[in-house]
Design a binder for this molecule. Sequence first.
Ligand SMILES: C[S@@+](CC[C@H](N)C(=O)[O-])C[C@H]1O[C@@H](n2cnc3c(N)ncnc32)[C@H](O)[C@@H]1O
Length: 256
Amino acid sequence: MDSLPEHVARNRQAWDEWAKDFSPEGERCWKPETPVTWGIWGIPEEDVRMLPDALTGADAIELGCGAGYVSAWMTRRGAKVYGIDNSPVQLATAERLRAEHGLDIEFELGNAEQVPKPDASFDFAISEYGACIWCDPYAWIPEAARLLRSGGKLHFLASGAWMMTTIGTGANDGTSDRLVRPYFGMHRFEWEGCKEVEFHLGHGEMFRLLKSCGFQVDDLIELQAPSGATTRYEFTTPEWSHRYPSEEIWKATKVR
Ligand SMILES: C[S@@+](CC[C@H](N)C(=O)[O-])C[C@H]1O[C@@H](n2cnc3c(N)ncnc32)[C@H](O)[C@@H]1O
């Protein structure tokens, strides 16, 4: 623990505590009959294509796999999957569900900013609210580039960049119709009295970071909460997220 970067150690503690609350959703999503959906609004896979069409035989990595259901989805589509996560308790859930469902997936405890795999090991890297919000983008995005083969794809779903300008620093602050923090310079986020640390960049900065790491940006999808949507998360509301994007998906290809 001492050798972990400060934010990684803090996030490990936080996720070890939260893991039990996320385990029922993990169990639901692991079931083969549960449709593949994304983010806090349950957007169907057909609408956003987070998973590439061709996964059969592909080497895939999930960066911050949590309970591991995205890894399960990729495995059932024919990929050979490696999932890394920083929380031993989250990984215990992933490992339990892997055994229950009889899938062959390699899960490993570790920091997605420094993955213990050789260069160019993967064809596809994915993160849904994993490394893409809990790791420092200036560390995990170069690491994802190192891990991907030329032509490999990186897809991630994270909090909407400019939603983050409307959330205050109070532990219970949620989205508002006011800009409460600067957009420029956005990077590390902490909340009063909370141990977790998150990271979010503005769109221009994220675009340039991806490009500087050898990626071509293929798409940026700003997700809109569908009419009548509900969520168990409290940092935003369906009404707010129907008007403004609370989540976004980036898709990039490693071109050099
Ligand atoms: C919301 S979960 C994402 C996984 C999955 N999509 C889900 O929703 O359950 C966030 C995960 O990121 C993991 N995480 C946080 N920091 C990490 C790091 N530095 N390296 C790897 N995983 C990390 C946490 O332990 C947690 O399991």
